[in-house]
Each structure stands twice: as C-alpha cells, then as structure tokens.
Design a protein around this ligand. Sequence first.
Ligand code: HEM
Length: 572
Amino acid sequence: MVVSVETVNVWRMFSSTTTLLYLLVPALSLFYIYYRISKRRMFELLSKIDGPSGLPLVGNALEFVGDPHTTFKILYERSFEFEHGTPVKIWIGPRAVVFLTDPRDVEVILGSHVHIDKSPDYRLFEPWLGDGLLISTGEKWRAHRKLIAPTFHLNVLKSFINIFNKNSRSIVEKMGKNGSKDFDVHEYMGEATVEILLETAMGVDKGTQDREANEYVVSVMKMCDILHMRHRQVWFRPEIIFQFTKYAKAQERFLQIIHGLTNKILQAKKSDYLKKKQLAASEAESEVSKKQEKEKAQVKLEENKSQKPEITEGVGVSYGQSVGLKDDLDVDDDVGEKKRQAFLDLLIESAENGTVLTDKEVREQVDTIMFEGHDTTSAGSSFFLCLMGSHQDIQDKVYEELESIFKGSDRPCTFQDTLEMKYLERCLMETLRMYPPVPMIARQVKEEVTLPSTGAILPADCTVIIGTFKLHRNPKIYPNPEKFNPDNFLPENSANRHYYSYVPFSAGPRSCVGRKYAVLKLKVLLSTILRKFRVVANKDEKEWQLQADIILKRTDGFRVILEPRKKVKTVA
Ligand code: HEM
C-alpha cells in the first residue's frame, strides 16, 4: 500500500492535536479542581446568597450585553424576583457581585473605615482620573481627603453665591432663546455646571469659550459611554484586547479634549500663583530696601541736619504708589481668594511646597472634581426640571414659595434665600431619591462581612454594589415609592427613617465631598430658572427611558419646553 505525503501530514496533525487535547483537558480540569478547592470557603458562603441562575462559565454576563437602556431595564425588572432588601448575587464569569439594598447592610459597608476600597471596575477610570479622590485608597486617599474636604466647607461656599447667580442668569438667558420649542435641558445644565466649577472650585476666570465647555461636556459623556460599555461587555475590559479596538482610539481622542481643558486650567492657575508669589517677594524686597533707605536717610539727616530730606520723600512716593496698586488690584483679590480658599488654590499651594501633593496628583484631583462635580449635578438638575414639567401642581407650589421669598423681584438670590427654599429642597431630595445620579456604588470588601439583614456572610475580596436606585424604591421605607412625592422629606416623615436608607451622595467616610456645594448651587440655579419660566414636559414619567452608564440619565433625552412667566420687577 502506498501512503501519500498528504495523508502522513494529516495523520501527524491529528495525532499532535489529540496529544494536545489529552494534555490540555486534564490540565484545565486539575486547575478547575484546584480553584474550587482553594476557593471552597468563597463558594460555600456565596451559595447561601440568593441570585438568578446563570450559564456555566459565563454566569449572568450575557444578560448585560444589550444597549444601556435595555440592560438597566432587565436589571431592575429582574430585581423584583427577589424580596426587597435581600442581598442578591450575580456571576460575571468567575467573579461574584453581591447587590445590597437593605439600609442595615448598606451601613455595614458605607459606614466602615475598613471597606473603603473601590471595586476593580473603577480602575477603568484610571487613564482619565488617575489616582484621584474617587479611586484612590489607603493612606493616600485619607491624606488627600483631609486636604480637599475643607475646600467645600460652607463658609467657602457662601462666597460662591455671586458666581452661582451670574452663571444661572446667563444659562436662563440662553435657554430662553429656544422660544416655545422643546429642547434637551441636559446640554444646558452640563454647560452651566462646567462653567460654574471652573469659576468656583478651580477659581479660573471665565476665559474658556462656551465651545470648550461644550466639547468637554460631550467628551465626558462619550467617555462614560465607553466605560459603561466595558463594564457591560466584559471581554473589552482587558487592556490587551481593548487597545486594538476602535473604542481605544475614540477614548484617546476624548481624553485629549478632557485633559486639554484641565491642563489649561492648571497652567492658568499656576502662572497666576507664580505671579502672586513674585509680587509678594518683590513687596517683601521693597519693604527691606525701604527700611534700608530709611536708615541711610536717617544717617544722612543726622550727618547734615541742614539738608532737606528729599530721599525720604522720594521713597515715600514710590512706596505709596505700590501700596495703592496693591490695595486696588491685589489686596482685595487676595482677601477674597484667601477667604474663599478655593479647591485649586489650596492644591497648587500644597504642590508648590512639594510635601503633600505632586503636580501629577493635582492634575488627577482636578480631573476628578471636574468629572464628579459636573456630570452628577447636571443629571440631578435635569431630572428635577423634567419632574417639575410632569408635575405642574408641585411646580406651582415651588413657585409660590419662591414668590413668597422674592416678592415679584428678580434680584439675585442670597444665601439666606436658599435657607428659606424648604419646599424646593424637598423636591430636590425627592428627585435624588427617585433618580439618584449615581445609581450604584461599588466596593471591594477586604475581609468577610456578616450582613445584618439575613446573617449571610460576604466572602473576603467580594465585590459589593450598593443599589441606590433600588434601595430608594423600597416600599417598606417609602410608601408608594414610584410616585414623586416631596412630602417624603417632611421632617415628620423622615425623622425615623434609617440614616442609610437615603444615600444619593453615598454616606460615611467616603461620602461625596461636594454634597453641600451641589445642593447650594442647585438651589440657586433651579430657583433662577423657575422664577423666570414655567417648565412643561410632554412625556409621562412612566415613558422615560433610563440608562445607568455610570451616571443615571435618560436615553430619550431630557426634553422640556419653557414658558416665560409674567414680567417681574427688575432689580439691577
Ligand atoms: C447632585 C450632585 C452629586 C451627587 C448625586 C454626587 C454623588 C456622589 C456619590 C454617590 C459619591 C460616592 C461615589 C462612590 O463611592 O463610588 C460621590 C463621591 C464624590 N463626589 Fe459627589 N456627587 C454630587 C456632586 C458633587 C460635586 C459638586 C463635587 C465636587 C465639586 C463632587 C465630588 C465628589 C468627590 C471628589 C467624590 C469622591 C469622594 C471620596 O471618595 O472620598 N460631587 N459623589
């Protein structure tokens, strides 16, 4: 029998493939057995936590590959398969994620000083936010938090009121140009919040063009889309795969725009800081030379008592001019800025001294505050306005309250006014209950944690997600939770509520540093809009399409119509 060369080659290939399989299958089986044994405790603990059934190997991962709205809808609808508040586990491939929605369980995680580590999902933010406050952990986070938190103290915030007012009026004017057409209010809220952040926290004069703020807002939204896509479609997570996709190129482009703006802010601020430092140094120098000149003049005077003291007069004039300039331009400014202690001023100063922060760390914190401070507030304010548009009776009550405060005048809002906006504040709190801009908070637990709700134990290194959206809609805590009802926040209705049953700003040691800033700014911004316009929204709340791409948003857009209110008394 003659055997051809081809037959021999095929046979060789077959036998080598078979050998490979013979080796691979037992190796994989052994690895799997080793994995199950080494993780026995983890599997044992997780088996006691309820969850939807999934497929072998991939678990529930395939349920999240659809578009963002469908994914959110599926996740929320499936949550009703389990009793409100019970911990629920899902598998994303080999990784278990446990959702917590009982306030007692939430407290154990958010209230802890131990479980402060963010889940690995936040690492996707790294090329954008570096190791800023949102992501960092351990001593670095503690030190930076201590430094940054006071820059959002109420005393600092009070000095921002004029900037809040000015920018709110400017955006009201811009929105008014839409006439009776409906438009997406989120774009305007995004632009206003970026401009306000630049002028307040960053202390940068309004040098940015509107186009730049707009480009920034759009790039942040697109970056969130990419990150969210990578969260849902897990095969895009490893850098080794992601870098070859079209999304990596898009990410690079968006980051160029985002970092372009933050770099510009930093450069402007640094040169400002250096100029001030130089000025302070030259003032100190002129103080010294003035003292020396004075001494010399004194000596001369004593040497020749009959001579006129011309030098003293000369020095005096020069000194006077310099003081005059300083008084008019710098001193007022200095006093204002020192009083303000804006976030970026403090950071740049700390970086100059070189002990607390490096330049890179300042950049990361600026990117973090720009992201955290703008996308959350623009979503919150857009939801608020849409809710006002859908609930005219409630909007009327807000307007009535504003009328009682401003009495028909269009004067700017004061800090005291914001304290009197009690009903508006309740509407804002209720908006953040129903539509929390951060609908999920993820943590990685360092050690085993017993959950008070069921006694179940979370294994060490497990990812937990605080499901804020679901937690805020627990009927045992909020009667009729799908209904927009600002009275949920009447003191008598909220007094006995568990502290961790309302966490739009998170809570505990890693709570939002910008909470007071956000509420004050939103009160000024939203009251300015409602004093000028009645908001009308044609779509029923039930038809809204939600997506939770990091920040909760409406896929169908935040469309409203603004109707001018009657003329008010103008105050310059
Ligand atoms: C309605 C507006 C806002 C909402 C709903 C909100 C919500 C939150 C939430 C839920 C967290 C915790 C996130 C997590 O642990 O994953 C957080 C953290 C943070 N927020 Fe906000 N935020 C808002 C506005 C702001 C503003 C205006 C700023 C700054 C100007 C800001 C700065 C931060 C920072 C720096 C963190 C990280 C804090 C840390 O980990 O120590 N936020 N925010």
